[in-house]
Design a protein around this ligand. Structure first.
Ligand SMILES: *Cc1c(COP(=O)(O)O)cnc(C)c1O
Length: 524
């Protein structure tokens, strides 16, 4: 296998095919990044998944994080020069993170380790990918322009359930030749998340609230992308659309790095012997983060069980347990972990493609069923693979808050609600392997629910009047004083004094989204 790959790499870059067999000519990495979504609605996947030896993986422990990332990128044989990749990685994972370790691991109790993915500028794990993707995007666009294959600027259009939006705005702001528009569900994100987005500085950014939930945002962004007439219109304005959602392969790749790197750190800490397996537990929404863990496993990381943690929107847990993905009469529930409040989980398509023997026509028919019947059922062989690879559990809103409280009491460790869902799932599902739990946000992004947890309130209970009248920042101060956790990141502490720049609310349909984007592009 390694031999074959080495030969491949001497003869050209690793190219990308798509999950629905619609792309006749595989495209190089730079093109997959620029285009985001594949023509035909499928997602790009690499033709070859590289393999690292155990020694290569464990040696990561002696390397700075940017070197670890560059090493893995080189293995993917992407069509950018090696020294440029290394430079880009040092830019992506430098002083913009609040620790040189980038994503440190904290041991909580026997055999449970928290992989803290929130040390970047927006305090959520999305930074791990979105401090990196814009650099790749810029380098890719430059390369394609140089080759005469590109003559437009770009508008990155993002649907967000809260965390992606700010991470994309921060990552792309100021990148020449690119502007960013973000749609978030009106009323569906926390006060802090909303303020983070609507106070973003920079001339090339715009934010809209959409009347609806995250799926409405995501569906309408997908429709805008699929509208050829609109693409022509904005081409006249000098722009093409692209995506920074986790459907972009350039988002996935950086996420593979921290699982391989995390294994190396666990070996170095003596938490696991080199070669022995760990399990990984991921709070899952769009399935990007857990899919990255699957690729890390595929590439040689000794990961045994992938635990998929759901909140009360348990469509993925049910799917993993039954092989049927059914949203036909499922209610969308608001939970304390809004970044996982999702019914249509986009990256699952990539996972199914990989598990169904890369059968693009099967994927196309399942996705058509999902579209038409709001449900699909995988075949027996694929279901068997799913059961072999994943376990899953769903955590109720009450359990989530209870977990935050009990872990704080027992371990003096304060976690955000998404992390709590994963931690609780890990406790429920764990066997004898050490579990690496993806900790995906700093608690201060979700202070209102953390407050409820610490004060033994029910998730549905309103905050008491004097607390409810506090801003998100003031509430975080209060929690910091009550708990002694004064580590509120700078980017969250100053939000109240930043001017609000964006107040537009638009309807949940394609035309409204397109009108908003056109008007924005007029200003660019
Ligand atoms: C986005 C997000 C998730 C879900 O990650 P997916 O890759 O969409 O599955 C979990 N937790 C937090 C804090 C997030 O921002």
């Amino acid at each position: 296998m390694d031999h074959l790959l080495d030969r491949e790499s001497r003869f050209g870059a690793n190219c990308y095919v798509d999950t629905r067999n619609a792309v006749s000519q595989p495209v190089p990495f730079t093109k997959a990044v620029i285009e985001g979504l594949a023509p035909g609605g499928g997602l790009f996947v690499p033709q070859e998944v590289p393999h690292l030896t155990l020694d290569e993986i464990t040696r990561f422990a002696d390397m700075p994080y940017p070197e670890r990332a560059a090493f893995i990128y080189r293995k993917f044989n992407i069509d950018l020069p090696d020294d440029e990749i290394l430079d880009l990685m040092y830019t992506s994972y430098g002083p913009n993170f609040d620790t040189p370790e980038v994503c440190p691991i904290t041991k909580l109790e026997d055999n449970i380790y928290m992989l803290e993915l929130w040390h970047g500028p927006t305090s959520a794990f999305k930074d791990m990918a979105l401090q990196c993707l814009p650099n790749f995007f810029g380098a890719s666009a430059q390369k394609l322009r140089g080759a005469g294959e590109l003559n437009t600027g770009f508008c990155i259009l993002v649907a967000t359930s809260g965390d992606t939006g700010k991470a994309a705005l921060e990552g792309f702001k100021g990148v020449p030749g690119v502007c960013v528009g973000v749609l978030y569900p009106d009323g569906g994100v926390s006060d802090i998340q909303r303020k983070q987005m609507v106070t973003t500085t920079g001339d090339n950014v715009r934010v809209w609230a959409m009347r609806g939930n995250f799926d409405d945002c995501q569906t309408n962004v997908k429709r805008v992308f699929a509208d050829d007439a609109f693409a022509k219109d904005i081409e006249g304005q000098g722009f093409a659309l692209s995506s920074a959602n986790s459907i972009n392969w350039g988002r996935l790749l950086p996420q593979i790095v921290y699982y391989m790197s995390g294994y190396a750190d666990l070996v170095a800490k003596g938490a696991v012997s080199q070669g022995d397996p760990i399990d990984v537990c991921v709070p899952t929404g769009n399935f990007g983060n857990i899919l990255a863990a699957w690729y890390a496993k595929q590439m040689g990381t000794p990961i045994q069980n992938l635990m998929c943690a759901s909140n009360e929107n348990r469509v993925l847990t049910d799917f993993i347990q039954t092989g049927t993905y059914d949203i036909s009469d499922r209610e969308f529930v608001l939970t304390p972990s809004p970044s996982m409040d999702i019914l249509v989980s986009s990256n699952l398509e990539r996972q199914l493609y990989e598990l169904a023997g890369r059968d693009g026509s099967a994927i196309a028919s399942w996705m058509a069923d999902l579209n038409e019947k709001r449900a699909f059922e995988v075949d027996g062989a694929t279901f068997a693979k799913i059961q072999e690879t994943f376990s899953a559990d769903s955590i109720s809103n009450e359990e989530c808050l209870e977990t935050i409280r009990s872990v704080f009491k027992a371990q003096d460790y304060l976690m955000d609600p998404h992390t709590a869902v994963a931690y609780k799932t890990a406790c429920n599902l764990k066997g004898s392997n050490p579990v690496l739990v993806a900790s995906t946000a700093h608690w201060a992004k979700f202070g209102n629910n953390v407050y409820k947890a610490l004060h033994e309130m029910k998730p549905s209970e309103e905050l008491p009047g004097d607390v409810a009248s506090l801003t998100g920042c003031q509430l975080n101060e209060l929690i910091a004083n009550e708990t002694g956790k004064h580590d509120i990141p700078k980017g969250l502490a100053d939000l109240d004094v930043m001017p609000v720049r964006f107040t537009d609310v638009i309807d949940a349909n394609m035309a409204s989204a397109e009108d908003a984007v056109s008007a924005f592009l007029e200003t660019q």
